[in-house]
Design a binder for this molecule. Structure first.
Ligand code: BG6
Length: 477
């Protein structure tokens, strides 16, 4: 779908996110024909450099992180859209040059790919210099605050210059193809929704397992931990999409209203319902203390929790969440375990097992529904569970192979003016309001996280969280 002509300014254009995600994402959209002929992508950062140097820097980043050949003719063409202004976010240098570049009459978007401490300075100068107006859009990244009060303060700062409909808070999980697909599966089929409640669903498991550690990001991560880094945002969004009521329409506020209701219905977490872990060295693999901490850090690199949603639909169906670094495999999935059939008519044929629907977010995006069938053969009525397995890559051919990166989708949504996949201010605040007491209780307790070996499935204690309820985690593989 073509988009309108635009001027996109990237503050922090020399930084890591711009190099890894934003610029390669824009290039891919350019190749897909979604960057109009006269669109401008303006890099802005403190470094003094000219357009040519910025284009070189961008080309190197796109080649490295976008898997594109440095001499790709399309890359050369794309660079024509790029220019640069050196800007001082906290001073007055560069702002009139930026103003001179903006065209007016086209979509204007400002991507704040900078530390949150600078959001206020940049917003103020964009408004003060008359660069942004009531139609401009701004894009901000996580971390959006580190607790409720800092998130509120950030929201207030932005609100001084921009309306909520102009603010695009990115949670890149919402841009992942399979995450959006959750809504299609639920609301474009008649099969699942009638069963989508506590009467038929025994429990839900949401897993985001990573193999990477925190080496290189320790100074950020050690002040965050898995709860702030993954649960308050990405995991919470996944939970909302599974648990929410059908919105009346696929429209930004209708969807976000429903997500907000889920967050508000979360029960406070009981102390016994959470396990924190920290990876330890295993053979050559360094542990968290070497990667980040000073050896005494109590920051968790793993968390598992049992979450309850206090509303009619979910009364009695727990949601188990776990996420961690340096685990056995990189796998993100949502598994919905249905209840067992109420009665078996088959004697001695094997007990019918509960159906399970697994939505794989990454890698190998797809869905897998486990159903009971008769084992083929003349040996009588024997039951066996088989997967109805659908890999998007197989089912959708080339379209399924080449899943766009979350950032590609989200940046284009900004240009289109579609906020459905962005977090609203009240949603972020509600998510912090739920996580704050969990973090505070931990800080007061002064316990150490449970150790787990790098390359394992996480701490033993997390298994007990499930066993206690006569359930088991799915294997991480
Ligand atoms: C980021 C976190 O938001 O998401 C990282 O800060 C994490 O710690 C990353 O590794 C995971 O994203 P993805 O897309 O690789 O699953």
């Amino acid at each position: 779908i073509p988009v309108e002509d635009f001027d996109l300014v990237i503050f922090g254009a020399t930084g890591d996110l711009a190099h890894r995600k934003i610029l390669p994402g824009l290039f891919k959209r350019y190749v897909a024909g979604q960057v109009p002929e006269s669109a401008q992508i303006i890099g802005a950062a403190r470094t003094e450099q000219d357009d040519a140097a910025f284009r070189d820097m961008a080309a190197a980043a796109i080649a490295e992180f976008g898997g594109v050949a440095r001499d790709d003719p399309q890359l050369k063409d794309f660079l024509r859209h790029l220019s640069y202004v050196a800007i001082d976010a906290q001073g007055e240098g560069g702002w009139s040059a930026l103003k001179g570049k903006m065209r007016g009459g086209v979509v204007q978007a400002f991507y704040f790919s900078v530390a949150p401490a600078l959001f206020g300075d940049i917003a103020e100068r964009l408004a003060g210099h008359g660069i942004a107006d009531a139609d401009s859009r701004i894009v901000v990244e996580k971390p959006f605050g580190r607790d409720l009060s800092s998130a509120k303060a950030l929201n207030q700062t932005l609100a001084q210059h921009f309306d909520e409909h102009q603010i695009y808070r990115i949670d890149h999980y919402l841009g992942k193809e399979t995450v959006q697909n959750l809504m299609a599966v639920r609301f474009a089929n008649v099969l699942f929704e009638p069963l989508w409640n506590a009467q038929f669903i025994d429990h839900v498991q949401i897993t985001v397992a990573e193999t990477v550690g925190v080496a290189g990001r320790g100074s950020y991560y050690d002040k965050s931990g898995a709860i702030r880094d993954m649960v308050q945002n990405h995991m919470m969004q996944l939970l909302c999409l599974i648990a929410m009521e059908p919105p009346y329409h696929f429209d930004p506020d209708a969807v976000r209203d429903e997500k907000l209701k889920v967050i508000r219905a979360l029960e406070p977490l009981a102390p016994g319902d959470i396990v924190r872990g920290q990876y330890q060295a295993d053979g050559d693999e360094p542990g968290y203390p070497q990667d980040a901490g000073d050896g005494h850090s109590r920051t968790e690199s793993y968390v598992a929790m049992k979450v309850r949603i206090s509303n009619w639909r979910w009364q009695g169906t727990p949601f188990y969440l776990r996420t961690g670094k340096k685990l056995r495999a990189r796998t993100s999935e949502i598994a919905i375990t249905f209840k067992e059939p109420p009665h078996s008519i088959f004697d001695d044929s094997g007990t019918p097992k509960a159906n399970e629907l697994v939505i794989r977010l990454q890698p190998n995006e797809g869905m897998n529904l486990k159903v009971m069938i008769k084992e083929p053969g003349p040996g009588g009525m024997r039951l066996v569970q088989v997967p109805l397995d659908m890999s998007f890559a197989d089912a959708l051919g080339p379209d399924g192979q080449d899943m766009p990166d979350a950032y590609e989708r989200l940046i284009m949504d900004v240009i289109r003016g579609n906020q459905t996949l962005f977090m609203r201010g009240d949603e972020v605040e509600a998510a912090w309001a739920w996580t704050d007491p969990i973090i505070a209780a931990w800080e007061e307790g002064k316990q150490r996280p449970e150790p787990y070996d790098a390359g394992s499935s996480g701490p033993e204690e997390a298994l007990r969280l499930m066993h206690r309820d006569n359930r088991r985690w799915r294997e991480i593989r």
